[in-house]
Design a protein around this ligand. Structure first.
Ligand code: CP
Ligand code: NVA
Length: 310
């Protein structure tokens, strides 16, 4: 039986396990095709993607733009200043206008409700390119990277260290539940996943404020302590999060000489991760960033090109 197609990619909790695995497998096929022949079939010829950004980006913007180009389509960037989402014009009006011009919209927003409003009012596929709540494109690329590096996801253990309540952690928990990846959230009180996130995640999750929580992990993952939009909490966050730095001592505590070190980037080196660990021999930070391209090509090929999920 074929896997049920997706209409949007706005949160991993909306996907079945089969759909999530379908995207991982399609990413594998598209990456292999591109690696072996230096190009992909132009399955998105004549298709267009609007990329709407309320916040800065390097990886998301460039990987989506190049992903569309590799697949024969066209992508263009819309800056916060020109659109004024929710200020110059409501998200509902913006998406109804864009739906008549383009075949899909990828949006990075401050308030996740704007993604929901676009899904409600638009008539083209919507992709969440990061919101205050989640970052599903990142989690898809992250699990693709772990699958590629370790050869499996089920029964592996990822220890997420630092701000366990942020968008990246939330999407990792949701994704973990789709593939049987175990998660330990090693974070101080007040920076742990919300109860509703833990309930929705369907993953085996342990939450602890003890650094020993990383013991036996296959993957150590961290992200910035102050996410975009949380800048007014800078002082209080910097007061409690420094003990959760991903440094050589923490890598030792994993008691796994093959442990993978991951970070979604951009990194604040010297804060949540040290240079030595970010550039060390266990780090997969750059293959992980490069896999954003391949993972998102799968999302684009499926949503905009109608390519079925394997
Ligand atoms: N990881 C990530 O989404 O990076 P950007 O903010 O640069 O897009
Ligand atoms: N948690 C970070 C991720 C950046 C890709 C943020 O939202 O700023």
């Amino acid at each position: 039986m074929s896997v049920q197609p997706l209409c949007h990619f706005t949160g991993i909790s909306d996907l079945s396990s089969e759909q999530f695995w379908g995207l991982l497998k399609l990413a594998r096929q598209l990456k292999d095709e591109w690696t072996q022949s230096g190009c992909n079939e132009p399955i998105l010829a004549g298709k267009s993607l609007a990329m709407l950004f309320e916040k800065p980006s390097l990886r998301t913007r460039v990987s989506f733009e190049m992903g569309m180009q590799h697949l024969g389509g066209y992508a263009f960037y819309l800056s916060p200043a020109e659109v004024g989402l929710g200020t110059r014009e409501s998200a509902a009006d913006v998406i109804r206008v864009l739906s008549g011009y383009v075949d899909g919209v990828m949006a990075r927003v401050f308030d996740h409700r704007q993604i929901e409003e676009m899904v409600e009012w638009g008539s083209v596929p919507i992709i969440n390119g990061l919101s205050d709540y989640s970052h599903p494109c990142q989690a898809l690329a992250d699990l693709f990277t772990i699958w590629e590096e370790l050869g499996a996801l089920e029964d592996k253990t990822l220890a997420y260290v630092g701000d366990g309540a942020n968008n990246v952690a939330t999407s990792l928990l949701m994704a973990a539940g789709k593939v049987g990846l175990n998660v330990r959230v090693v974070a101080p009180l007040g920076y742990v996943p919300a109860a509703e996130v833990l309930n929705a995640a369907e993953a085996e999750v342990e939450v602890t404020d003890k650094l020993d929580g990383v013991s036996g992990a296959d993957v150590l993952y961290t992200d910035v302590w102050v996410s975009m939009g949380d800048e007014d909490e800078q002082e209080e966050r910097m007061a409690v999060l420094p003990p959760y730095q991903l440094n050589e001592e923490l890598v030792q505590r994993s008691e796994n000489e093959d442990v993978l070190v991951m970070h979604c980037l951009p990194a604040h080196r010297g804060e949540e991760i040290t240079d030595k660990v970010a550039d060390g021999d266990r780090s997969v930070l750059f293959p992980q960033a490069h896999n954003r391209l391949h993972a998102q090509k799968a999302v684009l090929a499926h949503l905009l090109g109608g390519v079925g999920l394997p």
